[in-house]
Design a protein around this ligand. Sequence first.
Ligand SMILES: Nc1nc2c(ncn2[C@@H]2O[C@H](COP(=O)(O)OP(=O)(O)O)[C@@H](O)[C@H]2O)c(=O)[nH]1
Ligand SMILES: [Mg+2]
Length: 334
Amino acid sequence: MGIILTKEDSINTSQIPPLEAMLKEKSALEEKRESEDKILFTGLDNSGKTSIIYSLKREISQIALLKPTRQAQRQIFKYLGKQISEWDLGGQELYRIAYLKEPTKFFDHTSVCIYTIDIQDSKRYDEALSYFRDVIIQFKKLQINPLIYVFFHKADPEYLKLNSVHIKGKLIDLQERIKKIVNEEFNVTFFETTIYELWTIMSSFSQILLQLYPLSHLLDETIGQFSEKVNSNASIVLDQNSLLIAKYFKDETSKRIIQNSTPYFLTLLDSLDKNSGESKEMLVNRAEKQFFIARFPLEKTSGWIYLIIMREQSESPISQQEIDAYIKILYSIL
Ligand SMILES: Nc1nc2c(ncn2[C@@H]2O[C@H](COP(=O)(O)OP(=O)(O)O)[C@@H](O)[C@H]2O)c(=O)[nH]1
Ligand SMILES: [Mg+2]
């Protein structure tokens, strides 16, 4: 997935395409998905939902100012126009009262359902599948067709290592039973996640977002939110062939300035560190503007990405933590 990069290490500034040319049309899929608005985390109590949401929220809040959602009974947060909420299953009494009585309240407008299963708790597998079946029945009743993602959660590295003989078979068995329940009427995808390896959660979530939004939209939204968070006037991400990956401009003037200065900065950064394989950064102050230029390795392709952020000089420099958080999210999308 992502952008194809070559091994070439130099920037040919004449190849930078006009920024407008990179704007892509909204896809029909996106229009459809925008009319639905919920990402619902559900599954048995203790399966790890709150922990997953908490880690997502913490990562995302470093690049975006999250708006609290108001309408939902159980408010979690809103990201990219989606309300992300949690609903516990399990405990027959409570479940019957609160939930089966008013399915629409919890399930309507669900575009994504993430069903978490604690894979370490095999005693509750049957219960987990039984509630999963109930959830699917509710979706059918409501005549909605959300994308279903099953998180085989608590797939801790240590646990997988100690149980390598049995766990593979158990997960395959679970997959088969789940597929039988959805009976090809829903699109279901499986992920193994653990809070002990945060990237398992971040990359699963990014893949889910990529089903909801085209890549270009996701990248632009993400850099837009990051730019607003750090008070940037303009920000761009390029690959090593100067292909524009993501962009944000506060106004036309900012766009023109960053567009005109980018080739210069890239050449400067590369000529200073031609043969170094590490990340590089520089801060340039010029004409009341503050430019942060950085180069990061893109591991999957052994290529580079460049990040350029333009802000007012009066702003205090961006913290390393904020940069790292954005780069991490970028990595998980690309
Ligand atoms: N081993 C392990 N424990 C986890 C993981 N995620 C959550 N937990 C623990 O599982 C318990 C229940 O988590 P919680 O998020 O409250 O589950 P919820 O009831 O589904 O919201 C807590 O003690 C968490 O610390 C994980 O990936 N691995
Ligand atoms: Mg919870």
